[in-house]
Design a protein. Structure first.
Length: 366
């Protein structure tokens, strides 16, 4: 039986050229490229088996007879991205069918990994549109940025703003089909602004995300927070002090915290990440009290806002909202401060012993 299957396989596939290859996850497979769609490349091997490789996993592709594309791929693999991009452009002009799309997407990979973020955003937006904003296309959002202070980051943020404005309806809302894409763009803007240290853009992105995320209320309300080991903790013991989570805060060390925490929190898991962001906000607020530097006040507000938006079910979210209200009060924006306190009381109403809910109610005269 095995011999018959082998002979049948040879009869079906023996005449097909097996000169193509795909390198992914440091392994090279040889066969014949049979298609590319949905950001996935198909390769049929000698035995007739078809394997799929996602764009994000591909390290290099070689296709028999496509010399310019093959040269571009080798340059990409050698991390000579600028030369690869130029070669891809030449290869695309003569490519047909799905190969043209493959070359376009590989060129995009070279753009984004080389830090040409503004150009990468424009091409990614076009790719996402053609894919009807599928989840697969959104996962390919640029993730590599230019070094801090590089003009490319400013251009990238401007490209994002332009792309968002293109999709905004007359009443400043977005079609339901486009909302995941716009939300991804806002996340990208926030990530680039944080990377670049652009406080103004960070605040813009964070506020835009807060306005964008007006989802229907969950009838069950936010989930109660758990401790790092997954067990439920009494609300009072969780919220009375950050020390319960193995974190301490000394206002006298705010300079050290402000320097060190940004290098630590991105690698933390919840709830430690949101706890570290809260600490960072508190440190900026403490330094503002000493120096009266408005930038520290704005940075404090941004960190509190980030916790309340990105980690609403974190044990640190209620305090972050309360302190965000304090920041708005200092900025002489009492309407916003009141709205934030009301949101705190409403969102965490089930946490009746939460000290920050109690304090918010007192501020509101409830």
């Amino acid at each position: 039986m095995k011999l018959k299957i082998a002979i049948l396989s040879l009869a079906l596939f023996g005449s097909v050229a097996m000169a193509d290859s795909v390198m992914a996850k440091n392994m090279t497979s040889k066969g014949s490229v049979t298609g590319y769609s949905g950001f996935s490349l198909s390769l049929r091997t000698q035995g007739g088996r078809v394997s799929s490789y996602s764009l994000g996993d591909i390290q290099m592709v070689q296709v028999d007879g496509m010399d310019e594309f093959n040269a571009a791929e080798k340059l990409y693999h050698e991390k000579k991205y600028a030369d690869a991009i130029e070669k891809y452009e030449g290869a695309a002009s003569s490519a047909r069918d799905y190969y043209k799309e493959l070359i376009r997407d590989r060129r995009y990979s070279a753009l984004q990994i080389s830090g040409r973020t503004a150009s990468a955003i424009k091409q990614w937006a076009a790719m996402a549109k053609k894919a009807k904003y599928s989840s697969a296309s959104l996962k390919l959002v640029p993730s590599t940025f230019s070094p801090k202070g590089n003009q490319e980051n400013t251009s990238a943020i401007a490209a994002i703003d332009k792309e968002i404005s293109r999709h905004r309806e007359a009443d400043k809302t977005f079609k339901e089909s486009i909302r995941p894409f716009v939300r991804t763009l806002l996340n990208l803007k926030l990530a680039i602004a944080r990377h670049d240290g652009n406080t103004k853009a960070k605040l813009e992105a964070a506020k835009a995300i807060q306005l964008f995320d007006k989802a229907p209320e969950d009838p069950e309300g936010p989930k109660r927070p758990t401790d790092p080991n997954g067990s439920q903790k009494p609300i009072s013991s969780v919220y009375n002090t950050m020390d319960a989570w193995g974190m301490t805060f000394d206002a006298g060390n705010y300079d050290k915290l402000i320097t060190e925490l940004p290098t630590v929190y991105p690698g933390l898991k919840e709830p430690h990440r949101s706890g570290a962001l809260l600490m960072l906000g508190r440190a900026h607020l403490a330094r503002y009290a000493k120096t009266n530097n408005k930038k520290d006040l704005l940075d404090a507000g941004l960190n509190f806002l980030s916790v309340s938006i990105e980690s609403y079910d974190s044990p640190y979210a209620p305090e972050s909202l309360y302190r965000l209200a304090e920041v708005n009060t200092i900025l002489k924006n009492p309407v916003a401060a009141q709205a934030i306190l009301k949101n705190l009381v409403t969102t965490y109403s089930y946490q009746k012993r939460n000290p920050w809910v109690i304090k918010a109610k007192a501020k509101l005269g409830q």
